[in-house]
Design a protein around this ligand. Structure first.
Ligand SMILES: Cc1cc2nc3c(=O)[nH]c(=O)nc-3n(C[C@H](O)[C@H](O)[C@H](O)COP(=O)(O)OP(=O)(O)OC[C@H]3O[C@@H](n4cnc5c(N)ncnc54)[C@H](O)[C@@H]3O)c2cc1C
Length: 301
């Protein structure tokens, strides 16, 4: 039985792998290979890289660091997780592997506006489409920004971006806007234009991204979808772990879920969806895992 299995090889999972390998523990890391970090053309808010770094390069550097201490990443999707005597059974295809502890670092998936993948990927790579105002609102300072969303979530995203630009348009994705007070008043006070849905037919046109709306074709320097995300917590939830209504796993200050021995870190746990936060949580989780295993059976060399 391994000491720990890490599910997910994004910033959280790889940070945990570095820590746990350096604690001389026997670990495995399974990763399905679609980290949100791999979508980042260049991050400028991640500390330590004054000129920024692409998400793919950051992940490659982290994997190289983990491998230096003996950790390996196996490209595979974990399809089942169950509590067994003294630990967990982790299912990958027709194999079930046992581990005394499990760290879930499976992240989230952003809900995308409806558009062909080729348009989506090019717009993302060229900065016409962005998903994280905390990360890259700075890069669109004083630009024309469209936000696709409505309700409290859409309104909050538009208001957050108002700190970067006066030119914000909030476009409802499907039908008319549904925005309660006080958000509606705040949007009006901030001069944020509201356009009802439906919208669609996205295309890169010149140096802008354009879409059809009920008020005609509009174009922006950049668009932020505010359409929510799917939290990849189902493995833990099916095993009995407690999650919030949105699916984020509930964890304590040591990243412990409600199931003893099962930990969670990164976007899948409730918190700020940021690389730095994912890494910090993973460091806390890895140390808590080490100390839990040591308390069960002293770690000695
Ligand atoms: C376009 C974009 C730009 C961003 N820019 C920034 C930025 O500039 N700065 C910043 O701090 N943050 C940024 N973020 C957010 C950042 O990418 C995430 O907060 C971060 O990647 C979270 O790390 P994580 O390890 O929790 O999850 P992820 O990086 O999403 O990794 C989760 C991993 O788990 C794997 N996985 C999931 N389910 C399974 C399974 N069942 N079996 C095996 N593996 C599984 C996935 O394949 C994936 O590789 C951005 C996000 C996006 C989408």
């Amino acid at each position: 039985m391994d000491d720990c299995i890490i599910i997910g090889g994004g910033p959280a999972g790889l940070t945990a792998a570095i820590y746990l390998a350096r604690f001389h523990l026997s670990i495995r890391l399974f990763d399905a290979g679609d980290s949100r970090a791999a979508l980042i053309p260049r991050t400028h808010n991640h500390a330590g890289y004054p000129d920024g770094i692409s998400g793919k390069d950051l992940l490659a550097r982290m994997l190289e660091q983990a491998e230096k201490y003996g950790a390996t990443r196996e490209q595979a999707e974990v399809t089942g997780l169950r509590v067994i005597e003294d630990g967990f059974g982790v299912r990958i295809g027709d194999r079930e592997i046992g581990a005394r502890a499990v760290l879930l670092a499976t992240g989230v998936v952003n809900n995308r506006p409806e558009m062909p993948s080729a348009v989506h990927d090019e717009a993302l790579a060229r900065g016409f489409l962005r998903y994280c105002p905390i990360c890259d609102g700075y890069e669109v300072t004083d630009k024309g920004i469209g936000v696709i969303g409505t309700g409290a979530h859409g309104a909050r995203e538009a208001l957050f971006l108002r700190g970067f630009s006066a030119d914000i348009t909030l476009i409802a994705p499907d039908a008319g806007h549904d925005i309660d007070q006080p958000h509606a008043g705040d949007l009006d006070a901030g001069g944020i234009r509201r356009v009802d849905g439906p919208c669609g037919n996205y295309a890169i046109e010149g140096n802008r991204i354009a879409l059809d709306t009920v008020e005609g074709r509009l174009s922006f320097d950049t668009i932020y979808p505010a359409l929510g995300s799917r939290i990849r917590s189902q493995l833990a939830v099916q095993a009995g772990a407690r999650a919030a209504d949105d699916g984020c796993l509930e964890v304590d200050a040591h990243q412990r879920t409600s199931i003893p021995g099962l930990f969670a870190a990164g976007d899948v746990a409730k918190g700020l969806d940021q690389i730095s936060h994912a890494m910090g949580e993973a460091g806390v989780a890895a140390t808590a895992i080490r100390n839990m295993l040591d308390a069960q059976k002293p770690l000695r060399r």
